[in-house]
Write a new protein. Structure first.
Length: 378
């Protein structure tokens, strides 16, 4: 019995010893793997060119971060051998932009002290000086609506002493009807571009208010058709194509377009107005300022049946080419679906006729019944 117990104890010791060796071996393998990993990274870093390492570091440090909360996009630029190309967007949702040139870099153009920015087609951040009778800088307000105080760059002073970023705040009522672009960034003391930020000013959305549709033409301005309803109590609407727009259907006074579910421009329309509006006259359309077009149906000229038609505006092609850089997003088409209520005059006019026929039938039936009763009594 004692020998059996001794055998079991010896076996247990062997198992424990083997397990301990396996644990020690696994730990040694893990340590060796970590050492080899660090050695590989060190050797790789040693072999990589300095420019590549600087570029990798720049990618981590120079960036534009959209806001998780709030409305301000923040762009940070570090000094590096290669200038990174960053991108930012000013829109209705994010209408503030902050630029931070670190490491002693200069703000460009011209320190961002006013409203100057570089044109979108500039090869690098520019200095606002006239070269060949032409400045490579533009006023950012030239891309905006002149509805309130002009926008300009301001230093960010909150919580800072010496290192102050620059911020550009665009009031929402100044956002344009077309997408625009400009360039800003950071440069060293020798005016070499160290960081550039391509900024897109996104156009506002097309708006319908009080029977007036004001069109915009940004990439995201027309995600859906606008709708207008005309009735005897609201018998007109106005379509505003705007200074930079034009009506798509140039023959709009003579023919109308059927409603289309697509967002593309429909130029060939063959609908005859008198088919849906029997009393139609071209004088129901009147032109106004800012390429606006008002359509009015006289109260007594509404059709008996409900009708629909569509009108559209698009960005004027020539001005689009001049105003936007070639890389700018494609503009969108402003489409308005117009519903014309029927006045129900046909059904209303038929009521007296139907009523008269019923009365005659009742009288006739009464006469027949009276005659029958009289004959029966006799």
């Amino acid at each position: 019995m004692a020998s059996i117990c001794n055998l079991r104890c010896s076996s247990r010791r062997l198992l424990i010893g083997a397990e301990a060796q396996r644990t020690l071996f696994s730990s040694s393998r893990l340590c060796l793997t970590i050492v080899l990993l660090f050695s590989s990274v060190a050797m790789l870093s040693k072999d990589l060119p300095l420019a590549v390492l600087e570029a990798l570091a720049t990618e981590e440090k120079s960036n534009c971060t959209p806001p998780v909360e709030g409305v301000r996009t923040k762009c940070t630029c570090e000094s590096s051998a290669k200038a990174p190309d960053l991108q930012a967007t000013i829109s209705e949702e994010t209408n503030e932009l902050e630029i931070h040139c670190k490491g002693g870099l200069n703000y460009a153009p011209d320190g961002l002290v006013s409203s100057n920015v570089c044109s979108a087609d500039a090869d690098a951040v520019c200095a606002c000086q006239v070269t060949g009778h032409k400045s490579v800088c533009i006023d950012v307000n030239s891309l905006l609506l002149a509805t309130s105080t002009p926008a300009k760059w301001e230093p960010v002073t909150e919580g800072r002493t010496n290192d102050k970023p620059k911020a550009l705040i665009i009031p929402k009522d100044k956002l344009p009807h077309v997408d625009g672009e400009f360039l800003v960034g950071c440069s060293d003391s020798g005016s070499t571009t160290k960081c550039k930020v391509a900024v897109t000013v996104a156009a506002r959305a097309t708006e319908t208010k009080d029977q007036q549709v004001t069109c915009s033409y940004g990439k995201d301005s027309n995600k859906k058709h606008q709708t207008i309803t005309l009735s005897p109590s609201q018998n007109s609407f106005t379509l505003v194509c705007g200074e930079k727009g034009e009506i798509v259907q140039t023959n709009y006074k003579k023919t109308y377009c059927d409603v289309s579910e697509e967002n593309a421009a429909v130029k060939d329309c063959h609908g005859k107005y008198r088919d849906i509006l029997p009393g139609y006259e071209e004088g129901w359309w009147t032109d106004g300022e800012e390429k606006s077009f008002t359509f009015t149906i006289p109260e007594d000229k509404f059709p008996t049946a409900r009708a629909k038609m569509m009108v559209q505006c698009q960005i004027a092609e020539e001005k689009h080419v001049k105003a936007l850089a070639p890389a700018a997003p494609e503009p969108s088409v402003c489409s308005v679906d117009v519903s014309i209520e029927g006045d129900g005059s046909a059904s209303a006019a038929s009521m007296p006729v139907v009523s008269g026929l019923l009365n005659r039938l009742v009288l006739a039936s009464s006469g027949v019944m009276a005659s029958s009763i009289h004959s029966f009594l006799q």
